[in-house]
Design a protein around this ligand. Structure first.
Ligand code: SF4
Length: 235
């Protein structure tokens, strides 16, 4: 595919994503967006906030992110006027480590449950629709993702989870960010291909697996995205 064809293809995909977001956001209320300030999340925040500048942008503030991620989050939120909502765990990093030690070193599932899953699902109970930048290409665990699906929270409430970029490639995301003048998290320039908490993120171990630098192969998902129960009706 030539550069011209790639740009044209991305332009079509951007129009489709905007259309999907317009349908999702118009007149429905109770819609939020989760963003870890990786490229696809930031692109989605840019597109969604252009339609609804007040859309809540939820960031899982685990306390373990890279300093670069916090600085980038603050810069983007400030410059774009995002309605950023930092979701904090019940315990600070110091409190958790004093009580349980460095869980990320020997029990990452438990650490993710306390610092990501519990705060997100508690906050998500306030919403009816959850927008996410998830993409099938990101990991083997995501290849069968639907663009829209129902997601059951603890307690039984279901939210509609929508991933407008689900079929986008990394190249698509990069070209779209370039096209829209979106600066990327500087850690990408150092070779990271998937960026989460600092203690659990390394450069990719497998160049063909974008998330192979997460948890050093000990696990592949933090737990906030794994429970897709059924495709939702098209909207
Ligand atoms: S990614 Fe690592 S540091 Fe972050 S919440 Fe999960 S286990 Fe803890």
């Amino acid at each position: 595919m030539s550069i011209v064809e790639i740009i044209s293809d991305v332009s079509v995909k951007l129009d489709a994503a905007r259309e999907k977001l317009l349908r999702t956001l118009t007149g429905k209320g109770d819609v939020c967006l989760t963003c870890s300030f990786q490229a696809e999340g930031v692109l989605l925040a840019k597109l969604a906030s252009a339609i609804d500048p007040s859309i809540p942008v939820l960031f899982l503030d685990t306390g373990y992110h890279f300093a670069e991620t916090y600085a980038y989050r603050d810069r983007i939120a400030r410059e774009w006027g995002l309605n950023l909502i930092n979701l904090l765990p019940a315990k600070s990093v110091a409190e958790q480590e004093a009580e349980f030690g460095k869980l990320h070193e020997f029990a990452p599932d438990r650490c993710c449950a306390m610092r990501k899953v519990e705060p997100l699902f508690k906050a998500m109970a306030e919403y009816r629709v959850w927008l996410t930048g998830l993409r099938r290409e990101q990991a083997k665990s995501r290849v069968s993702l639907e663009e829209s699906s129902m997601f059951a929270l603890p307690g039984g409430k279901q939210v509609l989870k929508v991933a407008p970029l689900v079929s986008w490639t990394t190249r698509d995301v990069w070209y779209a960010c370039e096209e829209l003048g979106i600066p990327l998290l500087p850690l990408y320039a150092r070779g990271y291909t998937s960026i989460g908490c600092e203690p659990c993120t390394t450069l990719p171990l497998d160049p063909d697996d974008l998330r192979s630098g997460r948890w050093a192969g000990r696990k592949t998902e933090c737990g906030i995205h794994i429970q897709t129960i059924e495709p939702a009706p098209a909207n």
